[in-house]
Design a protein around this ligand. Structure first.
Ligand SMILES: *Cc1c(COP(=O)(O)O)cnc(C)c1O
Length: 335
């Protein structure tokens, strides 16, 4: 299958599978798993934090961050399009009694600083207590400018808010700008990173923060059923993800651009090439194109897409140029 639905579909690399077979493991709930401990220590050190926590998913890492920064009756500010508002089942509200305050995302994915400032509630018992600003980078495949991150950090500091980054695809943001991941994490009190998307690990995310925050998050993780035992078998793949898969993302970005150009040449699709910054593109589908039917026919020839009025296509390690050419040829034939 050539799968354009998401970068979550990537298979673990051969090096990961070998490392997983040979992983030294222990009971991580006792703190005894040397491979988990090594991954957490390495990530904390490399990205400029006291501590890190290996989690079962990005959703769990974000939820732990929200529940560790905020108490019952607090609120976090985030984008209307934020994954940790829109796509995580309302977990902060359901499990943390934390109120989201979503704000409009601009076309570039940012939230206007003026909107953030205006949304901060006064210290008055009518209101939830505004505690946290949560940003996302990349967001919808777009990279938030470093200057914006610096301004958001300054605003959060001045208003006594903490600032969290949903960095599920922070490695894509770093590679797209020729930066280190640490150049992005420096602006935040906490960051979540997915190891299982473009970086190819089979399972897992990391939450980075100071010692107090991570200790709290570790407690919540146990309560949520996320205390894993011989998790080192996963952590070794995560370590390879961070060590060996980051720079490779540049290829995914080039392929996304190539795919966008090819798709733009078809009358039935419209792509704003300026918006294709990393491994994701959004194509508007012309009226009259039966996109659900098209998706079914593509599936019959081994190509998977998520149909929609706007088509989201994602490039990743298991998609090469020749797969893109094949997809475009099939599309032309079917249209
Ligand atoms: C995928 C994703 C997550 C959640 O990761 P899961 O491991 O699927 O729970 C969080 N934030 C963003 C921006 C994502 O793309």
């Amino acid at each position: 299958m050539i799968d354009f639905r998401s970068d979550t579909v990537t298979q673990p690399t051969a090096a990961m599978r070998r490392a997983m077979a040979d992983a030294q493991v222990g009971d991580d709930v006792y703190g005894d798993d040397p491979s988990v401990n090594r991954l957490e220590a390495m990530a904390a050190e490399r990205y400029g934090f006291d501590s890190a926590l290996f989690t079962s998913s990005g959703t769990q890492a974000n939820l732990l961050a929200l529940m560790s920064h905020c108490e019952r009756g607090d609120e976090y500010l985030c984008g209307q399009q934020a994954h940790n508002y829109k796509f995580e089942g309302g977990g902060a509200a359901v499990l943390g009694s934390i109120q989201p305050q979503p704000l409009t995302n601009q076309a570039d994915g940012s939230i206007l600083l003026a909107d953030i400032e205006a949304a901060i509630k006064p210290d008055d018992f009518h209101f939830a207590r505004t505690r946290l600003l949560s940003l996302e980078n990349t967001i919808g495949g777009k990279v938030l400018p470093q200057s914006y991150l610096a301004e958001a950090q300054a605003l959060a500091f001045n208003k006594r808010l903490k600032i969290h980054l949903d960095g599920a695809r922070i490695a894509n943001a770093a590679v797209a700008q020729n930066l280190d991941i640490a150049d992005i994490t420096q602006y935040f009190d906490s960051v979540s990173i997915c190891l299982s998307k473009g970086l190819c690990a089979p399972v897992g995310s990391l939450l980075l923060g100071d010692e107090r925050l991570i200790n709290k998050a570790r407690r919540w993780r146990k309560m949520l059923g996320g205390g894993m035992r011989q998790a080192g078998i996963l952590a070794v793949a995560g370590e390879i993800a961070l060590n060996e898969q980051v720079s490779r993302l540049a290829v995914d970005h080039e392929n996304a651009r190539y795919l966008a150009e090819q798709l733009s040449s078809l009358d039935e699709f419209e792509v704003d090439l300026g918006e294709v910054q990393t491994n994701m593109l959004f194509a508007r589908v012309a009226e009259g194109v039966a996109i659900d039917k098209l998706a079914e026919s593509l599936k019959a020839s081994g190509i998977l897409i998520s149909p929609g009025k706007t088509l989201r296509l994602v490039t990743h390690a298991d998609i090469g140029r020749e797969d893109i050419d094949l997809f475009i040829d099939k599309l032309k034939a079917l249209l």
